[in-house]
Design a protein around this ligand. Sequence first.
Ligand code: B12
Length: 232
Amino acid sequence: MADDLDLNTLGDEELVAQMHDDLYDGLKTEIEDAVHILLNRGWTPYDVLTQALVEGMRIVGLDFRDGILFVPEVLMSANAMKGGMSILRPLLAETGAPKVGKMVIGTVKGDIHDIGKNLVGMMMEGAGFEVIDLGINNGVEKYLAAIEEHRPDIVGMSALLTTTMPYMKVVIDTMKEKGIRDDYVVLVGGAPLNEAFANSIGADAYCRDAAVAVETAKAFMAKRHAATASRA
Ligand code: B12
């Protein structure tokens, strides 16, 4: 962003376009300022997240794919995105509603991508779920320990690399071996996945984005509650 540009003087549309540029350039402070400005103008946290941040990151992703941006630059963008997300996170979680369910979520072993996972976690919190975030690079033992400790309803795994997505099957197979697979709903996501892959590894569902993750999780919770009620 040019030093003399005052973000406050921009209209909403221009400001969002400027945020896409600033995200591209990895300008964290500018992104944080712009998030505050939009919120002060009455934007919902969800709209700021999707229209300004997620859309900006999508553009970064395209140029990374095409070899126009490289890892250090994308890291700067990711850092700027996280700055914006940390402002929105408490606002999205502010529902005050009783907890709908509990989710353990993590990125699988060998994979350090966490923006998508974090978004899913934030949106799930916003929808009333308690979320235990295991972070990145999780081996099967981490998932098992978290399942044991937290007894979640849902286990979520994220993978952004074609080389790491097969690891999800390792986790599910180990759950089967231990006889606990059917006690949990397993949701998987990440850009290289699809429904066929999720079915092939024995997951309950693939979710293409955070909004679908929330809908899917709620649907599974409704089924679980119905099943518990019919047994009672
Ligand atoms: C940002 C980024 C990085 C950053 C990550 C920073 C961070 N803290 O996450 C950095 C620079 C570190 C990075 C590194 C690498 N990256 Co990278 N990265 C990306 C990029 C540009 C964007 C990913 C992203 O954040 N998207 C935005 C979020 C919002 O979307 P999302 O992750 O898909 O998540 C949504 C859904 O998938 C879903 N979802 C995701 N997880 C889950 C989990 C559950 C449970 C559910 C229900 C849903 C769900 O909901 C999310 C929200 O809507 C992608 C390109 C792309 N288009 O995906 C490449 C990409 C994933 N990276 C790629 C590569 C190759 C790498 C590196 C190997 C590069 C290198 N040569 O070193 C390393 C790998 C390091 C490692 N071991 O993990 C490739 C993967 C290719 C492949 N087929 O495997 C991609 C596709 C780029 C490309 N086209 O070449 N990367």
